[in-house]
Design a protein around this ligand. Structure first.
Ligand SMILES: [Zn+2]
Length: 277
């Protein structure tokens, strides 16, 4: 059997999971704060969400550690270990370490030094590797330079498949730096990512031009995890306007444009994954 790294490289069609946060709001135990701590306080909830995606056909399951880093959580190692075991308990075929932005803008837009960002990412990567994850996904990045620090930390401390994925604004540019998909693809290639991706922000309709731009700029495999549309706030809660059938049709276009690693982000649930599967 070929390794996950080879399957990604060969551009095999692989089904990812869907939104985590937008599933957690269905549980009264979740207050809306610090979703990562649920890995420890309510492991059964996290495992249930993962399992719902495994049952729907997701092969790649991303652990619930989006905002986990040593800057934000002193007990980051404990959270990562719990998150990995929750995904394993769900029977995930492949478990991915989830790395999001540090949560503070990096120099020159903000005060976070690149070497400090690298250090935080490195600590997270080392812990994930220690816990035996199968791949690393660096996602929802809005600054390609911060993405680069995370990518280098992942490559320098593991031999796992590493995917980088950015969240773009409506006009297809990164919201902090104005970076274009081709800039992101160039960094992904230069620093050894196994795939380049786009996730969150908007639905598969607005995501299509980003996937097309990646396909024109790079031969790297492409990862696409759109929201179920642009969120509208109704009664204080986000509402997503793209239903399962429309999502499925849009995802066919995303695949035709070159994406092979496909799933959903905010507002999607297991029925979306089942539909694209
Ligand atoms: Zn999202």
């Amino acid at each position: 059997m070929s390794s996950l790294k080879e399957r990604i490289k060969n551009k095999e069609r692989i089904i990812l999971d869907g939104g985590m946060g937008s599933q957690l709001i269905n549980y009264p135990e979740y207050t809306g704060k610090d979703p990562s701590l649920l890995n420890i306080t309510h492991p059964e909830i996290i495992t249930a969400v993962h399992k719902s995606y495994v049952d729907a056909g997701s092969e790649l399951i991303i652990i619930n550690t989006f905002d986990v880093n040593p800057k934000r959580y002193e007990n980051y190692a404990e959270i990562i270990a719990a998150a990995v075991s929750n995904a394993r308990a769900a029977g995930a075929p492949y478990v991915g370490l989830d790395i999001g932005p540090i949560g503070e803008l990096m120099y020159p837009m903000g005060l976070l030094k690149p070497e400090d960002a690298y250090g935080y990412f490195e600590a997270v990567v080392k812990e994930g590797v220690k816990c035996g994850v199968d791949f690393i996904i660096i996602e929802t990045m809005i600054d390609q330079n911060e993405m680069k620090e995370a990518l280098c930390a992942a490559k320098n401390n593991s031999s796992l498949p590493v995917i980088v994925s950015c969240a773009y604004g409506k006009r297809g540019r990164l919201m902090t730096t104005g970076g274009r998909p081709e800039d992101v693809a160039a960094i992904a290639e230069e620093f050894g990512a196994d795939a380049v991706g786009v996730n969150c922000s908007f639905g598969p309709d607005l995501m299509l031009p980003v996937v097309e731009a990646y396909a024109a700029a790079t031969s790297l495999p492409i990862w696409a995890k759109p929201n179920a549309g642009m969120p509208q706030v109704v009664d204080g809660k986000p509402v997503y306007n793209i239903g399962v059938e429309d999502f499925k049709e849009y995802m066919k276009k995303i695949e035709a444009a070159g994406a092979t690693l496909i799933g959903g982000c905010c507002g999607t649930n297991p029925s979306y994954i089942e539909a694209i599967k």
